[in-house]
Ligand binder design. Structure first.
Ligand code: GA4
Length: 368
């Protein structure tokens, strides 16, 4: 009898590689070339000397830690995520889950003001902090897209940047909290929320994330049901599963805790070293379509750090809902015919929310 061939099981493999770190104060033409090359080869790069003031970042991080340190009953007042608002473990509407809790906000000021009322005891302070952060990061995204426009030799080099600068842009801002898994003492409260009494292992390097009592604000207090009686494996727990971002450009900043990984294909994952002074930048699906597949919308995921809580603050630069996304004429040639049919951002967003997180969302929009 011939034995049936074994189906090879290929475990995910971590492959540390040198990821591009681009100093935005270098000569403009060099920066343009580096950004284009990184976007083509990986769809990912980091930027340093980016001009976002440290206090703006620190204030936003402090607000985020303050929010997540609250008991579940308080945080749930800012939910459920529809998709905006507070969410815990559930991602999107089609059954995706992860070991993450988050706040998803629209960057429109009226929306931030409105949401702040259920998020913070000092809504004005919260909304001002978010506004300052989002404005600064949006300016950075605009600058990067202008450099991209130059690199692609667009007849109108600011065309891409205008899509996210537009007052009606559908950009969103996300705060993700990935509590650590190690905990020495847990108690289960009446409403089934697991409360961690030991905060020491969540030590965070950033002074701004500490409360006046000197306690780490990234405590698991208020986290719902992650530690589960100490029975959770601390290896390879997924916080936010593999996906690409639907928008144009994503700018992510995290505290000094490892977790983000980008896909190199073939089950290989490159860890992104945490570096609170830089921003990680990734190409989104809309930019892949606009560049006719020249730039890669990189797939990525976030792993839970066993020992320390991770906080990421992510700006997703998107066009207005009515904006038309189609390969830019400069990227379409006889040799590189149009890969995608035109679509509006509203159409794409609707499709994204009808699919699972890991779906290759652009495929149905391909012409060939
Ligand atoms: C991924 C990028 C952003 O975080 C996000 C996510 C959104 C959500 O969490 O509500 C989505 C996800 C993201 C992609 C596919 C859909 C929509 C969950 C999901 C299953 C806010 C976004 O715009 O798309």
């Amino acid at each position: 009898m011939v034995a049936a061939p074994l189906t090879p099981v290929r475990p995910d493999c971590i492959r540390p590689i040198g990821l591009p770190v681009i100093d935005l104060t270098r000569k403009r033409s060099d920066v343009v070339d580096l950004i284009v090359r990184a976007s083509e080869e990986l769809g990912f790069f980091k930027v340093i000397n980016h001009g976002v003031p440290p206090h703006v970042v620190a204030n936003m991080e402090a607000e985020a830690f303050t929010f997540f340190a609250q008991p579940p009953s308080e945080k749930l007042k800012a939910g459920p995520p529809n998709p905006l608002g507070y969410g815990c473990k559930n991602i999107g509407f089609n059954g995706d889950t992860g070991e993450v809790e988050y706040l998803l906000l629209h960057t429109n000021q009226a929306s931030i003001n409105h949401r702040s009322k259920t998020i913070s005891k000092d809504p004005n302070k919260f909304s001002c902090t978010v506004r300052e952060y989002v404005e600064a990061v949006k300016d950075l995204a605009v600058e990067i897209l202008e450099l991209v426009g130059e690199g692609l030799r667009l007849s109108d080099p600011k065309k891409l940047a205008r899509l996210i600068r537009d007052g009606e842009s559908d950009s969103v801002f996300r705060l993700n909290h990935y509590p650590s898994l190690i905990s020495t003492t847990t108690t289960t409260t009446n409403n089934n929320d697991t409360v961690d009494k030991d905060n020491n292992n969540n030590n965070n390097n950033n002074n701004n994330s500490s409360s006046s009592s000197g306690r780490d604000m990234s405590s698991q207090q208020g986290w719902c049901n992650v530690v589960n009686g100490g029975g959770v494996s601390v290896k390879g727990v997924i916080g936010f599963g593999e996906h690409s971002d639907p928008q144009i450009l994503t700018l992510l900043r995290s505290n000094d805790v490892v977790g983000l990984q980008i896909s190199l294909g073939d089950g290989l994952w490159a860890p992104v070293s945490p570096d609170p002074d830089s921003f990680s930048v990734n190409v989104g699906d809309a930019l892949q379509a606009l560049t006719n597949g020249r730039f890669i919308s990189v797939r990525h995921r976030a792993m839970v750090n066993p020992y320390r809580s991770r906080l990421s603050m992510v700006y997703f630069g998107a066009p207005p809902l009515h904006a038309r996304i189609a390969p830019l004429p400069e990227t379409v040639t006889a040799q590189t015919p149009s890969l995608y049919r035109p679509f509006t951002w509203a159409e794409y967003k609707k499709a994204a929310y009808s699919l699972r997180l890991s779906h290759s969302r652009l495929d149905p929009f391909r012409t060939v």
